[in-house]
Design a binder for this molecule. Structure first.
Ligand code: F6P
Length: 548
């Protein structure tokens, strides 16, 4: 693919935005809202969601300039290059094919991987996942002592953890309860200890999810799991052969180039589910990385999840930039980051089941677009990425909303809610649901319009603080799929405009390397610390002085 990235600053649409920004700075949401048609003009239907952009610092006509920017930056061409399987992840020479994970059955993608159509490969793995899950769920596949699996424990980190953990949290109430899931990611030993607390080893299935099958955290936890399993089975008198027990109680999720490592761990090749090189970790929740979801929620629920993702893919790829809420949201993010110099972006789901959504989106957005050089390796001349953070409403109203309302930072926020609760509610609970939604609606209005001039200074909320409201009918596997695809494509579009590679993550490597070096020093108080900076040296010495 031609590599002539240019700073968006030189695009005619950017220059238009610069002029427009001068004008916009003097306006307020209160003044913009004098236009009675504003909300209608800035509301978009995306799948099952109503996306209301009207409380953003834009005039409706700017959507036209945003569309020009998107087109001039080449979003349509890059999107086509992505689906054609071009290696748009240039630094790693890889295609980026996560939309294929949810393509309809029986199609051909036209993208070959090892001589076979990539879609055929993806769907082959999906079928194996479904059939494995059906056999585990029906009790055909049993653990040592002929026990049925009651708990599946996913061991993985980053993209091999955050997606399944978030989705499980969001949809756990849809499970028939026959099989629950737990997630272990951190190398903090407490993480493993707490995750297996109360579990019966004989009815526990571990999934070791690691594309590289070499991530320190995952391998350490997997080794702990093996130890815990064998000890527990031995104590219950159901351990016949260690190798057989590991083979029964572990499945693996990794790339085929690392299959041997999984086998060396003791996992049978037929229980390894392929992760493809063309699917990035943070884009992998709907791949084999979702095996814990297929097992715990069932293949049918996972299928609905894929359908939701697909629906928003279709919307994204077929809707013109001006009408495309995803492109408009992405351009808004660029608008705030580069014109208003906003540093952060808040994610505020008014739904307890989406408690892990901010953490999931942190990896998706920050690992993707936290880049300082363009596709050609040249330093960018503007701000990329945004710092994503957030928490559930209403809890966050009682903690950090003070700063949103009266602080000095401009923080664009995404409010996310569903009209209906995912559970059957009684009358009192219906009232609680309406109170929840009242807060969802009220908070964005309070941020936008403030409290008026009359209040005392310390009480006054100045308003003019932007937000987007994303309102769905009900949280389900399908609508969650839609929501994830929406954010995946937003990240992609921002990356294209900034001219960066949203699909590598070399920044995380240095810390890993240093930690390996420090690990080799920590255990031995005679280690030679010369050559280390004084702070690192002192931290190590302090550890030596204080460890018990
Ligand atoms: O350290 C970052 C990272 O490489 C992520 O991009 C990835 O999702 C995670 O680690 C886990 O990697 P793996 O699946 O290879 O264990």
């Amino acid at each position: 693919m031609a590599l002539s990235p240019q700073s968006p600053r030189h695009l005619p649409a950017w220059e238009k935005l610069e002029r427009y920004f001068e004008d916009a700075k003097g306006k307020t949401l209160s003044s913009w809202f004098k236009d009675p048609g504003r909300t209608e003009k800035l509301s978009f239907a995306v799948g099952d969601f109503n996306v209301d952009l009207s409380k953003n610092l834009i005039d409706p006509e700017i959507t036209g300039i945003f569309a020009e920017l998107a087109n001039q930056a080449g979003i349509p061409e890059r999107a086509s290059a992505m689906v054609r399987g071009e290696e748009i992840n240039v630094s790693e020479g890889r295609a980026v094919l996560h939309p294929l994970l949810r393509s309809p059955r029986g199609m051909q993608s036209g993208v070959l991987s090892g001589g076979i159509d990539a879609l055929e490969k993806i769907q082959g793995v999906l079928e194996r996942m479904y059939s494995f899950a059906r056999e585990v769920r029906s009790g055909k596949i049993r653990m040592e002592g002929a026990r049925r699996v009651k708990t599946v424990v996913n061991i993985g980190i980053g993209g091999s953890d955050l997606g399944p953990e978030m989705v499980y949290g969001a949809l756990q109430n849809k499970s028939d309860g026959s099989l629950s899931a737990r997630f272990i990611s951190n190398i903090d030993p407490s993480s493993f200890i707490e995750a297996v607390r109360g579990l019966d080893p004989a009815s526990t299935l571990f999934l070791v999810a690691s594309k590289s099958f070499s991530t320190q955290e995952t391998l350490s936890n997997a080794a702990q799991a093996k130890k815990w399993l064998l000890k527990g089975l031995g104590e219950r008198g159901v351990l016949e052969s260690e190798g057989e027990a590991v083979a029964r109680h572990f499945a693996g999720i990794c790339s085929m180039e690392n299959l041997q490592k999984a086998e060396e761990f003791g996992i049978r090749p037929e229980n390894v589910f392929e992760m493809f090189p063309f699917i990035g970790g943070r884009y992998s929740v709907d791949s084999s990385v979702g095996l814990s979801l297929v097992l715990s929620l069932g293949p049918e629920t996972f299928e609905r999840f894929l359908e939701g993702l697909r629906a928003v893919d279709e919307y994204f790829f077929s809707t013109s930039a001006e009408e495309n809420a995803i492109i408009q949201m992405a351009m808004l993010n660029v608008w705030y980051a580069d014109f208003f110099k906003a540093e952060t972006h808040a994610i505020l789901p008014y739904n307890d089941y989406l408690g892990r959504l901010p953490a999931y989106l942190q990896q998706l957005t920050m690992e993707s677009n936290g880049k300082r050089v363009d596709l050609a390796g040249k330093e960018v001349d503007l701000h990329t990425g945004e710092i994503y953070w957030g928490g559930v409403g209403t809890n966050s109203q009682h903690s950090f909303f003070q700063l949103l309302h009266q602080g000095t930072h401009l923080i664009p926020a995404d409010f996310i809610a569903f009209a209906n609760n995912s559970n059957q509610l009684d009358e009192e609970e219906e009232e609680m649901q309406e109170r929840l939604l009242s807060s969802f609606i009220a908070q964005s209005a309070a941020l936008a319009f403030g409290s008026g001039e009359e209040a005392a200074a310390e009480r006054r909320c100045p308003g003019n603080r932007p937000s987007t409201s994303i309102f769905g009918r009900v949280l389900s596997a399908y609508t969650l799929g839609e929501l994830i695809a929406l954010y995946e494509h937003i990240v992609f579009c921002q990356g294209v405009v900034w001219g960066i590679n949203s699909f590598d993550q070399f920044g995380v490597e240095l810390g890993k390397k240093l930690s390996r070096r420090i690990f080799s020093l920590l255990s031995d108080t005679d280690s030679n610390l010369s050559g280390l900076d004084s702070s690192t040296r002192r931290l190590i010495e302090w550890y030596w002085e204080h460890r018990s």
